[in-house]
Design a protein around this ligand. Sequence first.
Ligand code: TYD
Length: 133
Amino acid sequence: MNQKMIKLKCHVNDKGSLISLESGKNIPFDIKRVYYIFGVKDEVRRGFHAHKSLDQVLVCTSGSCKVLTDDGRNKENYELNSPVLGLHIGAMLWHEMFDFSQDCVLMVLASDFYDESDYVRDYSEFIAKIKKT
Ligand code: TYD
């Protein structure tokens, strides 16, 4: 499977908590882009694509959401409900995000700039590509 949960080290003291994300250290690639998703309406599912080569780590910095991953053979469900959890999603992994809480802020660290040509947005095309590998 091309995905992995990462437990992020949290520096807790009497002032509160702090988590640091560093390329090549706790994040297993060079971070070129960060984006975040918030204000997702009830029942909305997002994603529905795979990337040809992008690596991403998803962190719910606030609230919670669920993530379905599918490598064409196995499907897994993950719950991101803490800022100490990161879900690493590698290349050619279909993913959908759902069950966003109202206060969810889903931050995504990505290994490259936004490039629509890196997306596979059609599920049957995704399956056909997987079968070729
Ligand atoms: P979209 O791929 O539909 O989001 P999701 O995968 O969460 O369902 O992206 C929504 C819009 O944002 C779409 O017009 C593309 C744009 N976008 C960027 O401009 N830059 C980015 O880094 C990302 C991830 C999306």
